[in-house]
Design a protein around this ligand. Sequence first.
Ligand code: ZN
Length: 338
Amino acid sequence: MMSEQKELFPTTFVVLDMEWNQPIPYIPSPVDPKTLPGEIIEIGAVKLRMNSEKDFELSRPLRLTVRPIYYRVMNRQVSRVINKSTNDLKCGLPFQEAYRLFMDFCGEDYVLCAWGDSDISILRSNLKIHGLSAEMNERFMDIQPFFGKVGENTTMQRSVNYAVDFYKIPQTDDFHSADKDAWYEALVLKESLIDYFSMKNTEEKTEGFIPLSSYISNPNLTMQFRWKSDVFPTEKEADEKAEQEVLRCPICNEKLVADLPWFSSGHTHLSLWKCSQHGLLAGKIRAKRTPDQKYYGAGQIRFANASAAWYVKEKWQSLSEVGGGPERKNDPEAEECD
Ligand SMILES: [Zn+2]
């Protein structure tokens, strides 16, 4: 008990929120939009320090305006949301400098947080295009599924706005400037942590309880492994062949152990795997059609945090509740399904 408490307190969470501009389809882009899906124009952040289950401190928000160099014309869709014009994009700090100031703000020993995972992937693409290391803080937490689980016990994706209403947090500012969004996200995180600790006191020993540490994952473990089966006349044969692939950890090559064997959810097949060193991975297979109307199974495994794993388990459970369980391998009745 003591050692776990020591791990939890104090913890500093840095809640990051960013706004980015997007390329305009009819203007030739100076970079491949796949390499740079969005260029950061604003960085907002708030620190939430947790001293105990009940004692939280919020910092003043950090707000940095960034001057884009690739997408310098305001995308109309983006502008509608964040209310900025092309003229506004002429001011601000160069990205490198803004990022350095953000890193200074973070300090050392913190958990990086965001709402959803798009901020992290946009940040990664911006770091790469500016020739900076895309290696992130080793501990990252997505607030959205954490709120979903402890606030509502749902895997539905909710907006920040929804969560702010849910906790009846007074709204004094508009959304959609990075610092204000980060501020509201930090307030939602604080309320979710309070919910988490009251849940922990009563449900810690029950099955399905996810400890806080399981929501925190290493965002640098982005490696994944993909494979394809041979080609078969039917979708079912292709799926089955793809399921037979011997899976290894993309980092250490250790043979993975099935945590939840393959099951089908519509046309997608899902599974969970474990590497003793690197944790959980989620597997996915979909049959794809070849030009001559045959099928191959396309598989993928990638690292999964607690909430991604929970999503797969929920799917499995909801399927077992309807109609006697999902289709499993070697199930003689499965032939007629789908
Ligand atoms: Zn491994």
